[in-house]
Write a protein that binds this ligand. Structure first.
Ligand code: UT7
Length: 344
């Protein structure tokens, strides 16, 4: 059985808040932010909900390929800033997309949420036999930022990104006398699917954040009504650099793949220094690491899918056929995960 990523989409709108503008709000400056993080600006979504951000990224991914919406059986929405609890935002997104009947749920694994969602989708596609799945990560973190806290407000931004997964061994017991079905099958077989990334393996895990290095309370928390993001940056930095190396090593060892065979790494876009440290420690050339955080900041679970969508735009699939892409993330929980993909 083979599961593939066949399309991606991303969406970020709103005010583009650059470091110079931020330095008028808190005691900071462009040089400090760029040197310590690599971030230059971030989107602040003002008149749009998290669900709408997610919906727009999904719409873009769907528009790139020719699929029958009725065959999308699973929608997983990764977020820590969802709009509703019931129905879960995933239902609202699927309804707006025109998907009539799908398993829908929201998933919270903070910045690792998109990777966790890919891992869950991989399992569910196999066990329940879906043809297509949508995995989307979207965040409106600007609503949870303390704009007086310079140690966090410079880091985060809003946005959405998504991937469409296809099960190439889907068994739908097709009745070839059914004309409508037949037309859909022909349409699918002739559609141009530019992205063809085979899902080889996933790793997910977590270590309980007992010391509360990274927190964001629910707005209705009884114990603490302060719902702003709080982070011990130094501790999270250490966790990220240690676990990032372990994810890469484990994925390569488990699948008997050499570093040379990896042509791209798409890491969680938290901090350029973290990415540089990971490149250095893993001895995988920095040029192979896709970085777009200067434009978006850290968008939590939207960060990897936005980066993936941008990375795929000009990617030379032909000359990288047979090589590998690794996606990895780490964050609150403390959660972490990685995905190994093969270019077909
Ligand atoms: O997505 C979840 C995962 N999150 C992450 O991966 C984030 C990981 N952590 C980091 O990226 C970094 O720790 C930060 C970018 C958050 C902070 O960088 P740092 O090099 O660890 O700085 P620091 O917190 O140790 O602060 C160094 C100094 C302090 O001043 P003193 O005590 O040395 O005088 C801070 O008060 O920088 C000061 N500082 C600032 N100065 C100007 C902190 N924030 C700012 C600021 N502008 N925005």
């Amino acid at each position: 059985m083979s599961i593939k990523i066949i399309s991606t989409g991303s969406y970020a709108v709103g005010k583009k808040l650059n470091n110079h503008m931020l330095s008028k709000i808190v005691d900071t400056n462009n040089q400090w932010i760029v040197e310590r993080t690599g971030i230059e600006s971030r989107y602040i979504a003002e008149d749009i909900t998290t669900e709408e951000l997610a919906y727009n990224s999904c719409k873009k991914a769907i528009e790139k390929i020719d699929i029958n919406l009725d065959e999308i059986g699973l929608v997983i929405f990764s977020t820590v800033t969802g709009d509703t609890s019931v129905p879960s935002s995933s239902f609202t997104i699927s309804g707006k997309l025109g998907i009539k009947n799908a398993v829908c749920f929201d998933l919270n694994a903070a910045c690792s949420g998109f990777i966790y969602s890919i891992a869950v989708a991989n399992s569910l596609i196999k066990s329940i036999n879906f043809k297509y799945a949508i995995v989307v990560g979207a965040e409106r973190l600007s609503k949870y930022i303390d704009w007086k806290d310079r140690s966090t407000c410079i880091l985060f931004g809003d946005g959405a990104g998504c991937a469409i997964l296809e099960n190439t061994c889907y068994n739908n017991n097709i009745n070839l006398t059914d004309n409508d079905n037949f037309i859909d099958i022909v349409k699918n077989s002739i559609s141009e699917k530019k992205i063809d990334l085979e899902l080889i393996d996933t790793i997910v895990g977590g270590k309980y954040d007992q010391k509360r290095y990274l927190t964001m309370n629910s707005k209705y928390s009884i114990e603490d009504d302060d719902y702003y993001i709080k982070m011990n940056g130094r501790q999270i930095y250490k966790f990220a650099t240690d676990i990032g190396i372990k994810i890469i090593d484990d994925l390569l060892k488990k699948n008997n793949i050499s570093k040379k065979e990896v042509c791209m790494i798409i890491p969680h876009q938290a901090n350029l220094r973290i990415i540089e440290t990971l490149a250095d420690k893993s001895e995988i050339n920095l040029e192979k690491w896709f970085v777009n955080l200067s434009k978006y900041g850290n968008t939590s679970s939207a960060s990897v899918p936005i980066a993936m969508d941008e990375a795929m735009r000009n990617f030379d699939f032909q000359s990288n056929k047979g090589r590998y892409v690794i996606m990895l993330a780490f964050g609150g929980g403390l959660s972490y995960g990685g995905v190994l993909l093969k270019i077909n």
